[in-house]
Design a protein around this ligand. Structure first.
Ligand code: PLP
Length: 401
């Protein structure tokens, strides 16, 4: 199998799995219990917290909370700050956020909050002028993703957070770093020094599904989202997922060690795939081309055919990819990200995401490049927009003036 859906989730790396195993076996204790054996497990959780904190430049005790996933992290951040700061009722976000943020913002809008959804250009880059204009005296929170899960387009978080703090230091800035954590530099004592909260998820970087993190800068008023026991310094109730927390810390550690090499390899393989497709298949465009993008992500729009058709044919050849974000693929709605980028009608439905990991090999990329043109040719043969005689698109396929 060739797995090119690493923005949806990644495989648990063998070293990570090994680090977790003792905590499913003899070290099964509840970290909150009082006996010595539980104390060991408690120390392990705290060592994991220190390790991850050091890698993200977090210095304050209690600033890093372990959660179950990025969806929980962003929900906890957004609902937590609105509960703690009821005087302000305006939120700024972007039109291309993951549903974990977007749907929360829409829900809040329906319950009386005002939300500004800042748009993007055709390359998927944020409209900075619109962003600046959207900030108001009653803005409570700005929530912007670091890297887009569908296109890989990177937003200039450092610059955006600085603009926000220069406009009004009391506006809170949340960054959904789910796709970028371990892949792009994130230091809350450095490039992210104006960011108040950062959300991430282990399963995007070879830790298991079911564990995530939320950084909340000291001094930010944020009510607990999961109310219960005194775990996580009373900021998130629920018995700690010890094995998964250990695994996430180990995964971050490995990513930090292999980062430089991984980035170079991923960029080489992604570019080979991208240029190879462009060379071999006519009427193809790269969504997000020209913008700063994640080195592991390729979103390719194949005009005049359905992305789902390509996915099935790829799947028949053992290749796993996605037609949008993991959560929206499977629905017939065109991607909200590509819609916001105003991708043409004949391309938006033929868009496909191929996302690589450090385990992707060059032989796999070569195999995809060999199969891809045949798949497109086969599907275009069936397309009403394609003229079989001339092997070209029909002049006016959808009858538009
Ligand atoms: N934010 C982004 C940008 C994502 O890509 C995802 C998952 O794809 C999420 C949030 C949600 O992550 P999780 O599955 O950990 O809840």
């Amino acid at each position: 199998m060739i797995y090119l859906d690493n923005n949806a989730t990644t495989s648990v790396s063998p070293e990570v799995l090994e680090s977790m195993l003792p905590f499913f076996g003899e070290q099964y204790f509840n970290p909150s219990s009082m006996y010595e054996a539980a104390g060991f497990v408690r120390d392990v959780v705290e060592r994991s917290r220190v390790l991850i904190s050091e890698m993200l430049g977090i210095t304050g005790l209690g600033e890093l909370i372990f959660t179950s996933c990025a969806t929980e992290s962003v929900n906890a951040a957004i609902f937590g700050v609105i509960a703690a700061n009821p005087q302000r009722r305006h939120i700024v976000t972007t039109a291309v956020e993951h549903p974990a943020v977007l749907e929360v913002c829409k829900l809040l809008e329906r319950s009386g909050f005002e939300v500004s959804f800042v748009g993007v250009n055709e390359r998927g880059e944020l409209d900075i002028n619109e962003f600046v204009r959207s900030l108001r005296s009653d803005t409570l929170l700005v929530t912007v993703m670091h890297a887009n899960n569908e296109t890989g387009v990177i937003f200039p978080i450092e610059r955006l957070a600085r603009v926000v703090k220069e406009t009004d230091p009391s506006i809170l800035f949340l960054c959904d770093a789910t796709q970028s954590a371990t892949k792009l530099p994130i230091r809350v004592d450095g490039n992210f020094c104006d960011v108040d909260m950062v959300a991430f998820s282990g399963h995007k970087f070879h830790a298991p599904k079911g564990v995530g993190g939320l950084f909340i800068r000291r001094g930010v008023y944020c009510r607990p989202f999961l109310v219960g026991g005194h775990q996580e310094s009373g900021r998130r109730g629920g018995t700690e997922n010890v094995a998964f927390i250990v695994g996430m810390a180990r995964a971050m550690e490995i990513a930090a060690q292999t980062h430089e090499e991984d980035i170079v390899r991923l960029r080489y393989l992604r570019d080979k795939l991208e240029f190879g497709i462009l060379e071999r298949v006519p009427y193809v465009v790269i969504n997000g081309a020209g913008a700063e993008r994640m080195p592991n992500t390729l979103n390719v729009a194949v005009h005049f055919i359905e992305g789902e058709g390509i996915l099935y044919q790829l799947s028949d050849r053992g290749i796993c990819a996605s037609s949008g974000s993991a959560c929206t693929s499977g629905s017939l709605e065109p991607s909200h990200v590509l819609t916001a980028m105003k991708i043409p009608f004949t391309a938006i439905h033929g868009s496909l995401r191929l996302s690589l990991s450090r385990y992707t090999t060059e032989a796999e990329i070569d195999f995809v490049l060999k199969e891809f043109p045949t798949i497109v040719t086969n599907l275009r043969r069936l397309s009403p927009y394609w003229n079989q005689t001339n092997n070209k698109p029909r002049k006016n396929p959808i009858g538009e003036k």
